[in-house]
Design a protein around this ligand. Structure first.
Ligand code: XIL
Length: 355
């Protein structure tokens, strides 16, 4: 009898384990009313393990580079939507949402634009036309756009850029006025799309995040069409100040905008063979856990997206010249890491009850 019940207990535990391993980030996120996304590289969609992990685990995708000017605009006359369309088709086939990234940035411009010596008048036309054409092409397919990326510097001042003051679109020395202008153009181009301001290194509490907060507050007060703030969240150290991130999300969402975590990765130092310390993987998992919890605890934090999902394809290696890596929830063989399990556990725990 005793023996028999032990056996059934083992069967039950085994069955429970297999149910647990059948869980996915996507299912748990849907239960928590959250979008769980990743940046994607269209060229990898034909790789079976890449495509199947992506479709099973995520309900949102964002083209990593395919909608940037250097891919979309090989020359002034051309709009090459092929790579972006590929991502949209994949998303539609798998019931996923698509975030668009990004319409305005001062990096990764094609040479014809960066070295074109355009006048203010020409740049104004170019940017207005770009925003309008791209957003209209993806209207109804891309639900949210990073309208502008990284427009502020670490002191919270508007960065010098081709669009602001070099020579700019006619609003130089007027602070955030050019940012406001691009949001207005974007809203006109696709009134149904959610419009985000996306930024790096303004996740916690610092001068940059104070400036983002002040800008969003001002835009909301004057009814400039902004729906959200994207916090990139490229985490380069394992001592992340999660309470500061929680506080920043709370103050932004209190303004009535959504927060999306848009580019989460937690990079680790790697040796010359690409290996990391085992304990760093455990600490990395706790950083992921803390950030996911910070988002879940705020009803206005509606999406968490990582910048890629497998260590096989991550920008961190080349960005750090090989010094860092293993930043994502799946390893190079698509096996879930401790970080994956921490994210899954937090998603399963869900949001706190509404008070
Ligand atoms: C990176 C991509 O991951 C790389 O493939 C590309 O070479 C450069 O851009 N912040 C952003 C992203 O907003 O667009 C950047 O993506 C990473 C930093």
């Amino acid at each position: 009898m005793f023996r028999h019940s032990w056996r059934s207990a083992i069967v039950v535990v085994a069955a429970m384990a297999s149910v647990c391993s059948a869980q996915s980030l996507r299912e748990e996120a849907e239960n928590a009313d959250l979008l769980i996304g990743t940046a994607v590289r269209p060229s990898q969609l034909s790789e079976t393990a890449y495509a199947s992990t992506l479709a099973r685990q995520y309900n949102m995708v964002e083209p990593e580079d395919a909608l940037k000017w250097w891919v979309l605009r090989p020359d002034r006359a051309t709009y090459d939507f092929r790579q972006g369309d590929k991502v949209v088709r994949f998303a539609e086939a798998h019931g996923m949402k698509v975030r668009g990234h990004c319409l305005v940035w001062d990096h990764y411009h094609p040479d014809w634009l960066a070295q074109g010596h355009f006048t203010t008048k020409q740049l104004t036309r170019l940017l207005h036309e770009h925003i309008t054409r791209v957003m209209k092409h993806y209207a109804g397919q891309v639900f949210a756009w990073d309208v502008i990326n990284e427009a502020l510097d670490e002191n919270g001042s508007v960065r010098n850029s081709i669009w602001y003051n070099q020579p700019g679109i006619g609003l130089s020395r007027q602070g955030t006025a050019y940012i406001e202008q691009v949001f207005r153009w974007a809203h006109k181009a696709d009134p149904r799309a959610l419009l985000f301001y996306n930024e790096a290194e303004g996740e916690g509490l610092n001068r940059k995040s104070d400036a983002i907060y002040a800008m969003v507050k001002d835009f909301r007060r004057r009814r400039v069409p902004i729906d959200g703030v994207g916090l990139q969240m490229h985490v380069p150290n394992l001592d992340t100040d999660v309470p500061a991130i929680t506080a920043n999300i709370a103050r932004l969402t209190a303004l009535g905008v959504q927060v999306h975590i848009t580019e989460l990765d937690v990079s680790l130092p790697v040796d010359s063979n690409g290996l990391v310390h085992a304990e760093d993987l455990t600490r990395q998992a706790e950083v992921y856990r803390g950030i996911v919890r910070a988002c879940l605890n705020s009803a206005g934090c509606t999406a968490i997206q990582t910048w890629g999902f497998t260590d096989k394809y991550s920008w961190i290696g080349s960005h750090s010249h090989g010094a860092r890596g293993q930043a994502l929830p799946f390893d190079r063989a698509y096996q879930p890491k401790a970080a994956y399990r921490a994210v899954l556990e937090e998603l399963s725990a869900g949001r706190p009850p509404a008070h």
